[in-house]
Ligand binder design. Structure first.
Ligand code: GAL
Length: 845
């Protein structure tokens, strides 16, 4: 007994000692975050846990670590965690504790942006909509009801993290927390109350005593000791508001988000890498990619208005969890190069000198002899040759070279050593007998959603109601219905009881049904103005207007009270005489949500599904259901909704989000190929103009069983569900890369001991099949000389070594990976006096 107790006490003591030993102190100074007394260079990336599944998290986190991240950054999503007041959800995709622990398990730190305002293209910026109904509340200002709720939730999260010992001060991974989000961008709209709210937020956060620093982003006047941090496409010019605070970048936008009706934005990696390198050149020590993996806006989580279901963001890890190459690889190389400079970077401030117009050197030199340098050409037009420490360096336009020893170039932001890997969707048939998805059509059943008011608890009110106040966002849908007696001699009628129905809505979609038939529809972010010619009948008529929100606003001053829906006027007009009748103040009947939502049709289980009649297609408001077997393999799965109109879809009762393949991107603004040189803006590099903004929708593998899965759609505008197909996303059968003699040698060849030796390593082209079971099976193209074109369309230039193909074949075919030196030593001299490149396209199988 006594002995047992002793053992217990001893093990308890050991536990306490182990825990105390792993607890870290996190502070900061002028240069950096300081962890256990040591300044740190930290590379961070955003992954928002509810935008993927717990089953995906370990792989996403591992890929982040392999990409050279030290920190995972995430917001905390209040509306996901507290969908109803005091009813908390920390399960499944909202298992924040699990997510943070997985990051810790991989050896990564966490930056927890509690907010609790997030923005993030997330519904209502992350605020639960019930908050809007708290009496007397005003969001994000000096308002007692708001502050009480904000404090309660923030404390709830901090307490949860403390209970689980997740702060670094307790041995956990969280080294930093954020309060509020970019409030400084909009606080002037709130006047003096905004300032006092901001100060209150700061002291409220500090009072929670996390043991690690807090930051506020885009808040130039963040009070001490809160660190003000920068968000943007570039932050090299940013300086914190005190000389005691480090220069930190909380959102480096790796691409941009997609909106329905918008083309797809992308950000070239040469520019992204340039921005990062410039930041570290100019004294930065913490940098976060927003997003490193964007993911998916499942259910009704997307913000708005009109944020798409995909939140891919052109991030280094794509929506489906696959590496986006060469983006991921080039950034990994960049991170390695920066880390090679860490000792010098943390020791001192840079010494910045001009090397000519648009040419800049930054040198970090320590007393102990470490030296790292960054050489930048910030000109957008021409490459330049600079002399630095007596040596000559060629700097491509809009690029930074990193010299971890102040002599040799380990990395240049414009010279990519990582191969482009193709990814592609493959259409899948879903029946074990290999039948096409078209055959699936025979398996569809349906239920028609009633047009107009179908529920007993409908609300009758004079006048037009604002939508969010009416629905509390319980649903996207709100019916506005009117019954009218038409006598036949009304002045607003033209012959044959024709009239024009005018509808004014602040968004985002309206369908107008006259006597049960769809008469017209429209959509817009904030302003819908419709004039629909209609036919009325003498006697009773119904006007049923279905107003639909597509994500509640998430950004801007007072975004919470912008509202949505048919705010009027609604009127009937004679096209001929112009005489009109305003219906706005009539007695309208309202129904929140659809009947099928109330009865839970999304789950698929209902006895009302009709399967033995011809499937109605291209009709508004039909629920459809089918079953399917899992697409074979383990690759990520998508549904291609081409053929349908707009709606919401569920797989095995899990909402995969809103689909809207008929939302077409505007036709202007796209560029064939985007010049990475010059300042990036979110509308600089766009693709997919004039095409559907999003046809493919992610269905996480873990939501699919091997067989007997249910797919349910609520099709609101009319479409043909039998046209739907499944696809899986595959990576890497094609590898493609062009490396010139002037490229730095792969950064992997740098080790800390080789760092100070004078290096003259040649450029190397290296390839590796992404899938471990694959080998390079053939070489489609190889040319050492002056090949032209880009991936997929290389062709020989005037200069080409005759040995190109055979050398590359010999080195690569049959192996998973290969390295080929890019030099005349290997390929012979095809043309004197010219810088030559090696372009290769290889196939993995
Ligand atoms: C920032 C905001 C983020 C996100 C981003 C755009 O202003 O802080 O939450 O909305 O813009 O993706």
């Amino acid at each position: 007994m006594v002995r047992g107790k002793k053992v217990e006490i001893v093990s308890l003591l050991i536990l306490v000692i182990v825990m105390a030993a792993t607890a870290a102190t996190v502070t900061y100074d002028h240069r950096a975050l300081v962890i256990d007394g040591k300044r740190k260079i930290l590379i961070s990336g955003s992954i928002h846990y509810p935008r993927s599944t717990p089953e995906m998290w370990p792989d996403l986190i591992q890929k982040s670590k392999d990409g050279g991240l030290d920190v995972i950054e995430t917001y905390v999503f209040w509306n996901g965690h507290e969908p109803e007041k005091n009813k908390y959800n920390f399960e499944g995709r909202y298992d924040l504790v699990k997510f943070v622990k997985l990051a810790a398990k991989a050896g990564l730190y966490v930056h927890l942006r509690i907010g609790p305002y997030a923005c993030a293209e997330w519904n209502y910026g992350g605020f639960p909509v019930w908050l809007h109904f708290v009496p007397g509340i005003k969001f994000r200002t000096d308002n007692e009801p708001f502050k009480a709720e904000m404090q309660r939730f923030t404390a709830k999260i901090v307490d949860l993290m403390k209970q689980e010992k997740l702060y670094a001060s307790q041995g956990g991974p969280i080294i930093l927390s954020q309060i509020e989000n970019e409030y400084g961008n909009i606080d002037s709209a709130y006047g003096a109350a905004g300032k006092s709210y901001m100060k209150w937020s700061a002291s409220m956060a500090l009072s929670l005593d996390t043991g690690v620093p807090w930051n506020m982003c885009q808040q130039g006047d963040a009070p001490d000791p809160i660190i003000n941090t920068c968000n943007g496409f570039y932050c090299d010019q940013f300086t914190p508001n005190s000389n005691n605070k480090p220069k930190m970048w909380t959102e480096n936008w790796s691409g941009w988000f997609l909106g329905f009706g918008e083309p797809t934005p992308y950000r070239p990696v040469e520019d992204l890498a340039f921005a990062v390198a410039r930041f570290f050149q100019r004294g930065g020590t913490f940098q976060n990619y927003y997003m490193y993996h964007g993911g998916t806006n499942f259910e009704r989580t997307s913000g708005g208005p009109l944020i798409s279901t995909s939140y891919d963001y052109d991030a280094p890890i794509d929506e489906y969890g696959l590496l986006r190459q060469p983006k991921w690889g080039h950034l990994r190389d960049l991170h390695k190069a920066i880390k090679l400079c860490e000792d010098a970077l943390i020791a001192t401030d840079p010494e910045i000198t001009s090397l000519g117009s648009n040419l800049e050197a930054a040198v970090y030199k320590t007393s102990s002899g470490s030296c790292a340098a960054f050489l930048a050409n910030i000109g957008t037009q021409s490459d330049a040759t600079v002399t630095f420490n007596g040596k000559s360096y060629r700097l491509p336009a809009w690029s930074v070279s990193i010299l971890p020893d102040c002599k040799n170039v380990a990395f240049n932001t414009a010279k990519i050593n990582s191969a482009t890997e193709s990814t592609a969707f493959a259409r899948q048939s879903l029946k074990p007998d290999g039948g096409s998805s078209a055959e699936l059509g025979s398996q569809w059943s349906h239920i028609k959603e009633p047009i107009g008011i179908s529920e007993a608890d409908a609300l009758v009110k004079p006048g037009l109601l604002e939508q969010i106040n009416t629905t509390a966002d319980k649903s996207d849908y709100l019916w506005y219905s009117l019954r009218m007696d038409i006598k036949g001699d009304e002045t607003f009628l033209d012959e044959g009881s024709k009239a024009v129905l005018h509808i004014q809505s602040i968004g985002q979609v309206v369908y107008a049904f006259i006597n049960g038939k769809l008469a017209g529809s429209g959509n817009d972010r904030t302003n819908i103005s419709l004039d629909i010619p209609i036919n009325l009948v003498t006697g009773k008529n119904t006007i049923d207007l279905l107003s639909v929100t597509v994500g509640l606003a998430n950004y801007g001053a007072f975004f919470d009270i912008i509202g949505a829906g048919i705010t009027g006027p609604v009127s009937l007009n004679s096209a001929k005489t112009g005489s009109s009748m305003d219906l706005s103040s009539h007695q309208w009947t309202y129904q929140v949500g659809l009947k099928g939502e109330d009865t839970g049709l999304g789950s698929g289980d209902s006895s009302e599904w009709v399967s033995n009649s011809p499937l109605p297609t291209n009709q508004p408001l039909v629920w459809y259901k089918t079953t399917f077997d899992a697409p074979s393999g383990s690759e990520p799965v998508a549904i291609d909704f081409t053929g349908t109109g707009k709606g919401i879809a569920w797989v095995n009762g899990q909402s995969i989000g809103r689909y809207w393949p008929t939302s077409i991107a505007r036709t202007d603004g796209c560029v064939g190929s985007c010049n990475y040189r010059g300042t990036y803006r979110n509308d600089k590099c766009l693709k997919n103009c004039g095409k559907p903004s999003q046809t493919l929708y992610h269905v996480p593998r873990s939501w699919i069983k091997p067989s007997g899965n249910t797919l349910v759609l609520l099709e609101e505008m009319g479409g043909d569900p039998t046209k739907i197909s499944f696809a899986t996303k595959h990576t890497g059968s094609n590898l493609c890369l062009k490396v010139s003699e002037s490229h730095p040698a792969p950064v992997d060849t740098w080790t800390s001991d080789s760092k100070f030796s004078n290096r003259t390593s040649p450029a190397v082209l290296s390839l590796k099949c992404p899938v471990s079971t694959q080998v390079i099976s053939s070489i489609r193209f190889a040319s050492f000389g002056t090949p032209t074109g880009s991936c997929g369309s290389f062709s020989h230039g005037r200069c080409n070594s005759a040995r190109s193909l055979s050398v590359v074949q010999k080195a690569c075919v049959g192996s998973r990976s290969c390295k080929v030196e890019v030099s005349t030593r290997v390929f012979g001299e095809p043309c004197h006096g010219v810088v030559k490149s090696l372009a290769v396209e290889a196939v993995c199988a």
